[in-house]
Design a protein around this ligand. Structure first.
Ligand code: NDP
Length: 449
Protein backbone atom coordinates (compact mmCIF):
# COMPACT_ATOMS: atom_id res chain seq x y z
CA UNK A 1 0.00 0.00 0.00
CA UNK A 2 1.28 3.46 -0.92
CA UNK A 3 1.53 6.03 1.86
CA UNK A 4 -0.15 8.52 -0.42
CA UNK A 5 -3.64 8.91 -1.92
CA UNK A 6 -2.11 9.06 -5.40
CA UNK A 7 1.20 8.17 -7.02
CA UNK A 8 0.89 11.24 -9.22
CA UNK A 9 -1.11 14.42 -8.87
CA UNK A 10 -1.08 16.59 -11.99
CA UNK A 11 -2.14 20.21 -11.80
CA UNK A 12 -3.48 21.28 -15.18
CA UNK A 13 -5.18 19.14 -17.82
CA UNK A 14 -3.70 20.69 -20.94
CA UNK A 15 -1.60 18.98 -23.59
CA UNK A 16 1.34 18.17 -21.31
CA UNK A 17 -0.71 17.29 -18.23
CA UNK A 18 -3.13 15.00 -20.06
CA UNK A 19 -0.34 13.10 -21.82
CA UNK A 20 1.68 12.69 -18.64
CA UNK A 21 -1.33 11.60 -16.61
CA UNK A 22 -2.66 9.01 -18.99
CA UNK A 23 0.76 7.51 -19.74
CA UNK A 24 1.67 7.40 -16.04
CA UNK A 25 -1.62 5.63 -15.42
CA UNK A 26 -0.91 3.18 -18.25
CA UNK A 27 2.41 2.46 -16.54
CA UNK A 28 0.44 1.44 -13.44
CA UNK A 29 0.41 4.64 -11.40
CA UNK A 30 -2.63 5.85 -9.49
CA UNK A 31 -3.18 9.30 -10.97
CA UNK A 32 -5.34 12.34 -10.30
CA UNK A 33 -5.49 15.58 -12.23
CA UNK A 34 -6.97 18.93 -11.24
CA UNK A 35 -8.25 21.35 -13.88
CA UNK A 36 -9.93 24.62 -12.93
CA UNK A 37 -11.20 25.46 -16.43
CA UNK A 38 -11.74 22.83 -19.15
CA UNK A 39 -9.91 19.58 -19.87
CA UNK A 40 -7.82 20.05 -23.02
CA UNK A 41 -5.93 23.19 -22.09
CA UNK A 42 -5.09 26.25 -24.13
CA UNK A 43 -4.33 24.46 -27.39
CA UNK A 44 -7.61 22.59 -27.56
CA UNK A 45 -9.94 25.04 -25.83
CA UNK A 46 -8.68 28.50 -26.83
CA UNK A 47 -5.55 28.15 -28.88
CA UNK A 48 -4.15 26.18 -31.79
CA UNK A 49 -7.21 24.06 -32.56
CA UNK A 50 -10.03 26.63 -32.67
CA UNK A 51 -7.56 29.11 -34.19
CA UNK A 52 -6.82 26.71 -37.06
CA UNK A 53 -10.56 26.30 -37.63
CA UNK A 54 -10.88 30.08 -37.89
CA UNK A 55 -7.94 30.11 -40.31
CA UNK A 56 -9.76 27.59 -42.51
CA UNK A 57 -12.93 29.66 -42.27
CA UNK A 58 -11.05 32.84 -43.11
CA UNK A 59 -9.28 31.42 -46.14
CA UNK A 60 -12.57 30.88 -47.94
CA UNK A 61 -12.59 34.63 -48.56
CA UNK A 62 -9.66 34.16 -50.95
CA UNK A 63 -10.82 30.80 -52.29
CA UNK A 64 -14.22 32.20 -53.22
CA UNK A 65 -12.54 35.12 -54.94
CA UNK A 66 -10.05 32.88 -56.77
CA UNK A 67 -12.80 30.46 -57.80
CA UNK A 68 -14.00 32.90 -60.46
CA UNK A 69 -10.81 32.51 -62.49
CA UNK A 70 -11.26 28.75 -62.27
CA UNK A 71 -14.62 29.06 -63.98
CA UNK A 72 -16.95 29.12 -61.01
CA UNK A 73 -19.76 31.64 -60.94
CA UNK A 74 -21.06 32.30 -57.49
CA UNK A 75 -24.40 34.03 -57.46
CA UNK A 76 -24.23 37.49 -55.87
CA UNK A 77 -21.63 38.68 -53.39
CA UNK A 78 -20.58 35.97 -50.92
CA UNK A 79 -21.39 36.91 -47.34
CA UNK A 80 -19.92 35.70 -44.10
CA UNK A 81 -21.72 34.84 -40.87
CA UNK A 82 -19.33 35.12 -37.91
CA UNK A 83 -21.80 33.75 -35.37
CA UNK A 84 -22.31 30.59 -37.45
CA UNK A 85 -18.57 29.94 -37.70
CA UNK A 86 -17.96 30.89 -34.06
CA UNK A 87 -20.62 28.48 -32.83
CA UNK A 88 -19.43 25.67 -35.12
CA UNK A 89 -15.92 26.10 -33.77
CA UNK A 90 -17.06 26.31 -30.15
CA UNK A 91 -19.20 23.22 -30.73
CA UNK A 92 -16.17 21.31 -31.90
CA UNK A 93 -14.19 22.54 -28.92
CA UNK A 94 -16.93 21.04 -26.71
CA UNK A 95 -16.55 17.75 -28.57
CA UNK A 96 -12.78 17.74 -28.07
CA UNK A 97 -13.15 18.71 -24.43
CA UNK A 98 -15.37 15.62 -24.06
CA UNK A 99 -12.86 13.40 -25.85
CA UNK A 100 -9.96 14.55 -23.66
CA UNK A 101 -12.05 13.99 -20.54
CA UNK A 102 -12.99 10.52 -21.81
CA UNK A 103 -9.33 9.70 -22.48
CA UNK A 104 -8.44 10.47 -18.89
CA UNK A 105 -11.42 8.57 -17.53
CA UNK A 106 -10.67 5.57 -19.75
CA UNK A 107 -7.21 5.52 -18.21
CA UNK A 108 -8.70 5.56 -14.69
CA UNK A 109 -7.36 9.02 -13.99
CA UNK A 110 -9.39 10.80 -11.29
CA UNK A 111 -10.37 14.29 -12.47
CA UNK A 112 -10.99 17.12 -10.01
CA UNK A 113 -12.72 19.95 -11.86
CA UNK A 114 -11.35 22.62 -9.55
CA UNK A 115 -8.30 24.62 -8.68
CA UNK A 116 -5.47 22.95 -6.77
CA UNK A 117 -2.73 24.36 -4.58
CA UNK A 118 0.34 22.68 -3.19
CA UNK A 119 0.03 23.08 0.58
CA UNK A 120 2.72 20.72 1.83
CA UNK A 121 5.62 18.58 0.67
CA UNK A 122 3.29 15.95 -0.78
CA UNK A 123 -0.01 17.65 -0.06
CA UNK A 124 -2.48 19.32 -2.41
CA UNK A 125 -5.53 21.26 -1.30
CA UNK A 126 -8.41 21.62 -3.74
CA UNK A 127 -10.68 24.67 -3.99
CA UNK A 128 -13.46 22.70 -2.29
CA UNK A 129 -11.20 22.27 0.75
CA UNK A 130 -10.49 18.60 0.06
CA UNK A 131 -6.91 17.64 0.89
CA UNK A 132 -5.09 14.84 -0.95
CA UNK A 133 -1.55 13.55 -0.90
CA UNK A 134 0.64 12.35 -3.75
CA UNK A 135 4.08 10.79 -4.09
CA UNK A 136 4.85 12.93 -7.14
CA UNK A 137 3.38 16.26 -8.21
CA UNK A 138 3.43 17.44 -11.81
CA UNK A 139 2.77 21.10 -12.58
CA UNK A 140 1.35 21.55 -16.06
CA UNK A 141 -0.60 24.75 -15.69
CA UNK A 142 0.46 26.35 -18.96
CA UNK A 143 0.59 30.06 -19.61
CA UNK A 144 -1.76 32.98 -20.08
CA UNK A 145 -1.68 36.01 -22.38
CA UNK A 146 0.53 38.82 -21.12
CA UNK A 147 -1.62 41.92 -20.70
CA UNK A 148 0.12 45.28 -21.05
CA UNK A 149 -0.29 47.73 -18.20
CA UNK A 150 -1.33 51.30 -19.14
CA UNK A 151 -4.45 53.43 -18.55
CA UNK A 152 -7.44 51.66 -20.05
CA UNK A 153 -5.58 48.47 -20.95
CA UNK A 154 -8.37 46.52 -19.23
CA UNK A 155 -10.62 47.53 -22.15
CA UNK A 156 -8.58 45.31 -24.46
CA UNK A 157 -9.13 41.60 -25.05
CA UNK A 158 -6.71 38.73 -25.61
CA UNK A 159 -6.93 35.70 -27.88
CA UNK A 160 -8.89 33.99 -25.07
CA UNK A 161 -11.85 36.27 -25.72
CA UNK A 162 -11.42 36.49 -29.49
CA UNK A 163 -13.06 33.08 -29.95
CA UNK A 164 -16.23 34.25 -28.16
CA UNK A 165 -16.89 37.68 -29.72
CA UNK A 166 -20.60 38.44 -30.09
CA UNK A 167 -20.00 40.30 -33.31
CA UNK A 168 -17.25 40.66 -35.81
CA UNK A 169 -15.46 43.95 -35.08
CA UNK A 170 -15.29 46.35 -38.03
CA UNK A 171 -11.92 47.70 -36.84
CA UNK A 172 -9.43 45.62 -34.88
CA UNK A 173 -6.11 46.75 -33.44
CA UNK A 174 -3.70 43.99 -32.49
CA UNK A 175 -0.76 44.66 -30.18
CA UNK A 176 2.36 42.60 -30.89
CA UNK A 177 4.12 41.26 -33.95
CA UNK A 178 4.49 37.57 -33.11
CA UNK A 179 2.57 34.38 -33.78
CA UNK A 180 -0.82 35.36 -32.43
CA UNK A 181 -0.77 38.90 -33.84
CA UNK A 182 -0.03 37.74 -37.37
CA UNK A 183 -2.41 34.78 -37.25
CA UNK A 184 -5.34 36.82 -35.96
CA UNK A 185 -4.55 39.76 -38.23
CA UNK A 186 -4.94 37.35 -41.14
CA UNK A 187 -8.14 35.87 -39.74
CA UNK A 188 -9.91 39.19 -39.06
CA UNK A 189 -8.68 40.71 -42.31
CA UNK A 190 -10.08 37.83 -44.38
CA UNK A 191 -13.42 38.19 -42.57
CA UNK A 192 -13.53 41.81 -43.72
CA UNK A 193 -12.46 43.66 -40.55
CA UNK A 194 -10.07 46.56 -40.91
CA UNK A 195 -6.96 45.39 -39.11
CA UNK A 196 -3.94 47.21 -37.81
CA UNK A 197 -0.96 45.77 -35.98
CA UNK A 198 0.81 47.91 -33.40
CA UNK A 199 4.31 46.70 -32.66
CA UNK A 200 6.83 48.13 -30.22
CA UNK A 201 9.74 47.37 -32.57
CA UNK A 202 10.13 47.17 -36.32
CA UNK A 203 10.38 43.38 -36.64
CA UNK A 204 7.66 40.82 -37.09
CA UNK A 205 8.15 37.25 -35.94
CA UNK A 206 11.56 37.84 -34.44
CA UNK A 207 12.59 34.17 -34.31
CA UNK A 208 11.90 33.53 -38.00
CA UNK A 209 14.17 34.09 -40.99
CA UNK A 210 14.04 37.74 -42.01
CA UNK A 211 13.35 36.89 -45.64
CA UNK A 212 10.11 35.26 -44.57
CA UNK A 213 8.92 37.92 -42.15
CA UNK A 214 9.68 40.61 -44.75
CA UNK A 215 7.65 38.66 -47.32
CA UNK A 216 4.74 38.25 -44.89
CA UNK A 217 4.80 41.99 -44.20
CA UNK A 218 4.72 42.77 -47.92
CA UNK A 219 1.84 40.36 -48.58
CA UNK A 220 -0.07 41.51 -45.49
CA UNK A 221 0.23 45.15 -46.60
CA UNK A 222 -1.02 44.12 -50.04
CA UNK A 223 -4.03 42.48 -48.42
CA UNK A 224 -4.83 45.71 -46.57
CA UNK A 225 -3.47 45.07 -43.08
CA UNK A 226 -1.95 48.23 -41.58
CA UNK A 227 1.20 48.27 -39.48
CA UNK A 228 2.36 50.77 -36.88
CA UNK A 229 5.97 49.98 -36.00
CA UNK A 230 8.03 51.46 -33.17
CA UNK A 231 4.78 52.34 -31.48
CA UNK A 232 3.72 51.89 -27.86
CA UNK A 233 0.43 52.45 -26.09
CA UNK A 234 -0.44 55.50 -24.01
CA UNK A 235 -4.08 54.88 -23.18
CA UNK A 236 -7.39 53.43 -24.26
CA UNK A 237 -10.67 55.18 -23.48
CA UNK A 238 -14.22 54.28 -24.40
CA UNK A 239 -16.09 56.54 -26.83
CA UNK A 240 -19.81 57.31 -26.37
CA UNK A 241 -20.69 54.84 -29.14
CA UNK A 242 -18.84 52.03 -27.33
CA UNK A 243 -15.82 52.06 -29.64
CA UNK A 244 -12.32 52.55 -28.28
CA UNK A 245 -10.06 55.57 -28.59
CA UNK A 246 -6.40 54.55 -28.57
CA UNK A 247 -3.60 57.00 -27.85
CA UNK A 248 -0.12 55.88 -28.83
CA UNK A 249 3.48 57.04 -28.75
CA UNK A 250 4.84 56.96 -32.27
CA UNK A 251 1.52 56.91 -34.16
CA UNK A 252 -1.61 59.03 -34.48
CA UNK A 253 -4.59 58.31 -32.22
CA UNK A 254 -7.06 55.80 -33.61
CA UNK A 255 -10.64 54.74 -33.02
CA UNK A 256 -11.25 51.01 -33.22
CA UNK A 257 -13.86 48.51 -32.03
CA UNK A 258 -11.54 45.96 -30.46
CA UNK A 259 -7.97 46.08 -29.17
CA UNK A 260 -6.39 42.66 -28.75
CA UNK A 261 -3.13 41.96 -26.93
CA UNK A 262 -0.87 39.37 -28.51
CA UNK A 263 2.24 40.29 -26.59
CA UNK A 264 3.52 36.94 -25.39
CA UNK A 265 2.34 34.52 -22.75
CA UNK A 266 3.34 34.31 -19.09
CA UNK A 267 3.57 31.07 -17.07
CA UNK A 268 0.53 30.33 -14.87
CA UNK A 269 2.16 30.13 -11.46
CA UNK A 270 0.19 32.32 -9.10
CA UNK A 271 -1.61 30.62 -6.23
CA UNK A 272 0.07 27.28 -6.88
CA UNK A 273 1.87 27.22 -3.54
CA UNK A 274 5.32 27.11 -5.09
CA UNK A 275 6.79 29.11 -2.19
CA UNK A 276 5.33 26.67 0.31
CA UNK A 277 7.58 23.94 -1.04
CA UNK A 278 10.41 26.15 -2.33
CA UNK A 279 10.13 25.43 -6.06
CA UNK A 280 12.62 27.66 -7.90
CA UNK A 281 11.35 30.05 -10.54
CA UNK A 282 12.94 32.18 -13.24
CA UNK A 283 12.60 35.80 -14.33
CA UNK A 284 9.01 35.73 -15.50
CA UNK A 285 7.93 33.19 -12.91
CA UNK A 286 8.59 30.15 -15.07
CA UNK A 287 9.32 26.96 -13.17
CA UNK A 288 12.96 25.96 -13.52
CA UNK A 289 13.50 22.30 -14.36
CA UNK A 290 16.29 19.97 -15.40
CA UNK A 291 16.42 17.88 -18.58
CA UNK A 292 13.99 15.38 -16.99
CA UNK A 293 11.52 18.20 -16.20
CA UNK A 294 12.36 17.87 -12.49
CA UNK A 295 12.29 21.00 -10.33
CA UNK A 296 14.77 21.61 -7.50
CA UNK A 297 12.31 19.67 -5.30
CA UNK A 298 12.93 15.98 -5.93
CA UNK A 299 9.34 14.79 -6.29
CA UNK A 300 7.92 17.86 -8.06
CA UNK A 301 8.11 18.11 -11.86
CA UNK A 302 6.82 20.61 -14.42
CA UNK A 303 6.15 20.35 -18.15
CA UNK A 304 4.85 22.60 -20.91
CA UNK A 305 4.43 26.36 -21.11
CA UNK A 306 4.71 26.83 -17.35
CA UNK A 307 8.43 26.06 -17.76
CA UNK A 308 8.73 28.54 -20.67
CA UNK A 309 11.16 26.30 -22.54
CA UNK A 310 9.48 26.14 -25.93
CA UNK A 311 5.84 27.26 -25.86
CA UNK A 312 4.51 24.73 -28.34
CA UNK A 313 1.91 22.01 -27.80
CA UNK A 314 3.84 19.11 -29.39
CA UNK A 315 6.80 19.96 -27.15
CA UNK A 316 4.62 19.93 -24.01
CA UNK A 317 3.23 16.55 -25.08
CA UNK A 318 6.75 15.15 -25.49
CA UNK A 319 7.78 16.54 -22.12
CA UNK A 320 4.72 14.93 -20.52
CA UNK A 321 5.46 11.59 -22.17
CA UNK A 322 9.15 11.68 -21.22
CA UNK A 323 8.26 12.54 -17.62
CA UNK A 324 5.80 9.65 -17.34
CA UNK A 325 8.24 7.15 -18.91
CA UNK A 326 11.10 8.35 -16.72
CA UNK A 327 9.29 8.36 -13.40
CA UNK A 328 6.73 5.59 -13.81
CA UNK A 329 8.33 3.18 -16.27
CA UNK A 330 11.94 3.31 -15.12
CA UNK A 331 12.88 4.43 -18.63
CA UNK A 332 14.73 7.77 -18.34
CA UNK A 333 13.90 9.95 -21.33
CA UNK A 334 14.71 13.51 -22.27
CA UNK A 335 13.27 15.66 -25.02
CA UNK A 336 15.41 16.79 -27.94
CA UNK A 337 14.92 20.50 -28.53
CA UNK A 338 16.96 20.54 -31.72
CA UNK A 339 15.24 21.02 -35.06
CA UNK A 340 11.75 21.67 -33.73
CA UNK A 341 9.67 22.53 -36.78
CA UNK A 342 7.14 25.32 -36.34
CA UNK A 343 4.55 27.22 -38.31
CA UNK A 344 2.69 30.49 -38.23
CA UNK A 345 -0.80 30.11 -39.63
CA UNK A 346 -0.84 33.52 -41.23
CA UNK A 347 -2.21 34.20 -44.73
CA UNK A 348 -0.14 32.70 -46.31
CA UNK A 349 1.41 30.45 -43.67
CA UNK A 350 5.06 30.40 -42.70
CA UNK A 351 6.98 27.32 -41.60
CA UNK A 352 10.51 26.71 -40.47
CA UNK A 353 12.92 24.15 -39.13
CA UNK A 354 16.52 24.60 -38.03
CA UNK A 355 18.73 27.65 -38.29
CA UNK A 356 17.76 30.87 -40.00
CA UNK A 357 20.22 32.32 -42.48
CA UNK A 358 21.44 34.80 -39.83
CA UNK A 359 21.86 32.13 -37.15
CA UNK A 360 23.72 29.83 -39.55
CA UNK A 361 26.09 32.62 -40.63
CA UNK A 362 26.88 33.42 -37.01
CA UNK A 363 27.26 29.84 -35.92
CA UNK A 364 28.79 28.12 -38.94
CA UNK A 365 30.34 30.98 -40.90
CA UNK A 366 30.59 29.29 -44.26
CA UNK A 367 27.10 28.50 -45.48
CA UNK A 368 25.24 28.20 -48.77
CA UNK A 369 21.77 29.63 -49.17
CA UNK A 370 19.48 28.22 -51.84
CA UNK A 371 16.33 30.13 -52.56
CA UNK A 372 13.21 29.82 -54.67
CA UNK A 373 11.03 32.90 -55.06
CA UNK A 374 8.06 31.75 -57.10
CA UNK A 375 4.39 32.33 -57.81
CA UNK A 376 2.45 29.14 -57.03
CA UNK A 377 0.51 27.83 -60.04
CA UNK A 378 -2.82 28.31 -58.28
CA UNK A 379 -2.03 31.97 -57.67
CA UNK A 380 -1.00 32.44 -61.30
CA UNK A 381 -4.31 31.05 -62.57
CA UNK A 382 -6.25 33.00 -59.95
CA UNK A 383 -4.47 36.20 -60.91
CA UNK A 384 -3.33 36.55 -57.32
CA UNK A 385 -0.09 38.45 -57.18
CA UNK A 386 1.31 36.59 -54.20
CA UNK A 387 4.71 34.94 -54.29
CA UNK A 388 6.05 32.12 -52.14
CA UNK A 389 9.60 32.08 -50.83
CA UNK A 390 11.52 28.93 -49.88
CA UNK A 391 15.01 29.04 -48.40
CA UNK A 392 17.32 26.13 -47.75
CA UNK A 393 20.38 26.77 -45.60
CA UNK A 394 23.33 24.43 -46.05
CA UNK A 395 26.50 24.04 -44.00
CA UNK A 396 29.18 24.45 -46.69
CA UNK A 397 31.66 22.29 -44.78
CA UNK A 398 29.44 19.20 -44.48
CA UNK A 399 26.75 19.79 -47.14
CA UNK A 400 24.16 19.19 -44.39
CA UNK A 401 20.87 21.03 -44.67
CA UNK A 402 20.70 22.96 -41.40
CA UNK A 403 17.57 25.00 -42.00
CA UNK A 404 14.48 25.24 -44.21
CA UNK A 405 12.21 28.27 -44.26
CA UNK A 406 9.03 28.66 -46.26
CA UNK A 407 6.22 31.09 -46.80
CA UNK A 408 3.47 30.08 -49.17
CA UNK A 409 0.27 28.03 -49.39
CA UNK A 410 0.36 24.78 -47.38
CA UNK A 411 3.89 25.49 -46.15
CA UNK A 412 3.15 23.96 -42.73
CA UNK A 413 1.93 20.74 -44.36
CA UNK A 414 5.00 20.60 -46.61
CA UNK A 415 7.39 21.27 -43.75
CA UNK A 416 6.48 18.32 -41.54
CA UNK A 417 8.06 15.79 -43.92
CA UNK A 418 11.08 17.93 -44.73
CA UNK A 419 11.68 18.45 -41.01
CA UNK A 420 12.38 14.71 -40.78
CA UNK A 421 15.12 15.13 -43.39
CA UNK A 422 16.72 18.02 -41.50
CA UNK A 423 16.42 16.21 -38.16
CA UNK A 424 18.05 13.17 -39.75
CA UNK A 425 20.97 15.32 -40.91
CA UNK A 426 20.48 14.77 -44.64
CA UNK A 427 22.64 16.68 -47.10
CA UNK A 428 21.84 18.94 -50.02
CA UNK A 429 23.04 16.07 -52.23
CA UNK A 430 20.32 13.86 -50.68
CA UNK A 431 17.74 16.51 -51.50
CA UNK A 432 19.10 16.76 -55.07
CA UNK A 433 18.96 12.97 -55.47
CA UNK A 434 15.24 12.94 -54.61
CA UNK A 435 12.92 12.94 -57.60
CA UNK A 436 10.43 15.81 -57.64
CA UNK A 437 6.66 15.41 -57.44
CA UNK A 438 5.49 17.46 -60.36
CA UNK A 439 3.69 19.77 -60.44
CA UNK A 440 3.77 20.71 -56.78
CA UNK A 441 5.08 23.55 -54.65
CA UNK A 442 7.09 21.17 -52.49
CA UNK A 443 9.21 20.10 -55.48
CA UNK A 444 10.97 23.48 -55.29
CA UNK A 445 12.85 22.09 -52.30
CA UNK A 446 14.49 19.30 -54.30
CA UNK A 447 15.15 21.40 -57.39
CA UNK A 448 17.17 24.21 -55.84
CA UNK A 449 20.31 25.08 -57.78
P1 NDP B 1 5.24 35.99 -29.46
O1 NDP B 1 6.36 35.79 -28.53
O2 NDP B 1 5.19 35.25 -30.73
O3 NDP B 1 5.19 37.55 -29.84
C1 NDP B 1 5.08 38.51 -28.85
C2 NDP B 1 5.04 39.87 -29.51
O4 NDP B 1 4.70 40.82 -28.51
C3 NDP B 1 6.37 40.27 -30.09
O5 NDP B 1 6.13 41.04 -31.25
C4 NDP B 1 6.97 41.14 -28.98
O6 NDP B 1 7.82 42.14 -29.45
C5 NDP B 1 5.73 41.80 -28.43
N1 NDP B 1 5.87 42.18 -27.02
C6 NDP B 1 6.33 41.43 -26.01
N2 NDP B 1 6.29 42.12 -24.86
C7 NDP B 1 5.81 43.33 -25.16
C8 NDP B 1 5.54 44.49 -24.40
N3 NDP B 1 5.77 44.54 -23.10
N4 NDP B 1 5.05 45.57 -25.04
C9 NDP B 1 4.81 45.56 -26.35
N5 NDP B 1 5.04 44.48 -27.14
C10 NDP B 1 5.53 43.37 -26.54
O7 NDP B 1 3.94 35.80 -28.57
P2 NDP B 1 2.40 35.53 -28.92
O8 NDP B 1 1.64 36.19 -27.85
O9 NDP B 1 2.11 35.88 -30.33
O10 NDP B 1 2.29 33.96 -28.75
C11 NDP B 1 2.71 33.35 -27.54
C12 NDP B 1 3.37 32.04 -27.79
O11 NDP B 1 2.39 31.08 -28.11
C13 NDP B 1 4.32 32.04 -28.98
O12 NDP B 1 5.61 32.44 -28.61
C14 NDP B 1 4.29 30.62 -29.42
O13 NDP B 1 5.24 29.90 -28.70
C15 NDP B 1 2.89 30.17 -29.05
N6 NDP B 1 2.02 30.17 -30.24
C16 NDP B 1 2.32 29.29 -31.24
C17 NDP B 1 1.55 29.27 -32.37
C18 NDP B 1 1.88 28.32 -33.46
O14 NDP B 1 2.65 27.39 -33.22
N7 NDP B 1 1.38 28.51 -34.68
C19 NDP B 1 0.38 30.14 -32.53
C20 NDP B 1 0.18 31.02 -31.44
C21 NDP B 1 0.99 31.01 -30.33
P3 NDP B 1 9.38 41.88 -29.65
O15 NDP B 1 9.54 41.14 -30.93
O16 NDP B 1 9.91 43.27 -29.68
O17 NDP B 1 9.85 41.11 -28.47
Amino acid sequence: MSDYDFDLFTIGAGSGGVRASRVASAHGAKVAVAEEYRVGGTCVIRGCVPKKMLVYGAHFAEDLEDAKQFGWDLEGEPSFDWIRLRDTVLGDVDRLNGLYTETLENHDVTIFHERAEITGEHEITLASGKVVTAKYILIATGAQPAVLDFPGSDLAITSNEAFHLDELPKRVMIAGGGYIANEFAGIFNEFGSKVCIVNRGDKLLRSYDEGLSDRLLKISLMKGIQFHFNTTFKSITKNDDGSLHVEMNGSEDMDVDVVMFATGRNPNVSGLGLDTVGVEQGKIGEILVDEYSKTNVDHIYAVGDVTNRVQLTPVAIREGQAFADTVFNDDPKTVSYDHIPSAVFSHPPISAVGMTEGEARNKLGNIKVFQSDFRPMKNVVAGRNERGLYKVIVDAATDKVVGIHMIGPESAEIMQGFAVAVKAGLTKADFDATVAIHPSMAEELVLLK
